[in-house]
Design a protein around this ligand. Sequence first.
Ligand SMILES: NC(=O)c1ccc[n+]([C@@H]2O[C@H](COP(=O)([O-])OP(=O)(O)OC[C@H]3O[C@@H](n4cnc5c(N)ncnc54)[C@H](OP(=O)(O)O)[C@@H]3O)[C@@H](O)[C@H]2O)c1
Length: 320
Amino acid sequence: MRESDTFLILTRDFIWTLFVVVKSIITAYFRSFASLSVCFPRRYKDVSQDIILITGAGRGIGRQIAVEIAKHKPKMIILWGRHKEPLEATAGVIHLMGVQCHFMTCDVSDHEEVYKKADEIRDKYGDVTICVNNAGVVFGNTILESESEEILHAMKVNTAAHFWTTKAFLSAMLENNHGHLVFINSMLGIMGLAGAAEYSSSKFGSAGFVETLKLEIANEKKDNVHVTIIHPYLVETGMFSGCETRFPSLFPALDPEYVAWKIVDAILTNSYMVLLPRLMYFMSFVTKFLPIDAIIAIHRFTGVDVCMDSFHGRKKKKRE
Ligand SMILES: NC(=O)c1ccc[n+]([C@@H]2O[C@H](COP(=O)([O-])OP(=O)(O)OC[C@H]3O[C@@H](n4cnc5c(N)ncnc54)[C@H](OP(=O)(O)O)[C@@H]3O)[C@@H](O)[C@H]2O)c1
């Protein structure tokens, strides 16, 4: 290859890259503005042929996502969780909405069980085309208080499980150039919190996984296989019961129905990343650019530094 060719190719690639960068920044800001304005109606994708799997769908955000997405009449919704009764209850609600719904117990921390249940779905119903990774756990101890088993369990459910489900469903999605992998992360996957090390680390781990996944799918040049990551602030489901800041009325916990609506909106518009509520975009920007001493001062002023002291989650777990 001649030197001039190399220079020309480099110049062409540079201009193209610059164009794509500017275009994606403008599109992201426009989308964000449009989502605020009633003048720009949302254009949702059609899910009538989709088989949607939701993990941790027996209660909380997972159940609400199932109900919210059922309103858009997908072909089928499949629910996973460890306990039959809550899954059965969610499935009952979905049936009443006129959508085909099945449930299976599946512990997502166990890769063999995930692969086995994924095969079962493929044999019985066909390929999962939208997989919502919602199941999550928190123990909420300081690093020194955390037990090794709790740390490993949080890593398995909140991070490793995302490898298992992706390995189970992504190949078919790529083959058909049709699919969507959704990950319910947390604001604690963007910023740390004293007293929630195992949770925050596992959510940061998942965030790294999701970004890499997005880049690997881009390398495959499959433009109809989408990835979405959601980072909500505190949600009123009981998962973080007892956790209190100094100004609870300024930063109230989010309503699970609202969170599910925003998650389904992000899925149906193929959005990549959504932080909830909007103020969290500012918080995430601030925590990335402020020195750590400034962040510590803000945590102390807002009471975030000790908010996990009163945490008891779904069960009281503080050791004496
Ligand atoms: N609540 C919040 O403040 C908040 C904030 C930000 C992000 N999030 C994230 O949102 C997601 C849902 O949270 P949530 O508030 O709805 O929690 P939740 O009410 O405690 O529900 C968690 C769900 O995960 C399931 N689950 C737990 N371990 C599992 C396992 N090994 N295998 C399969 N399913 C499992 C549980 O069902 P079984 O116990 O029956 O298995 C349950 O249905 C989580 O990923 C959480 O980290 C929550």
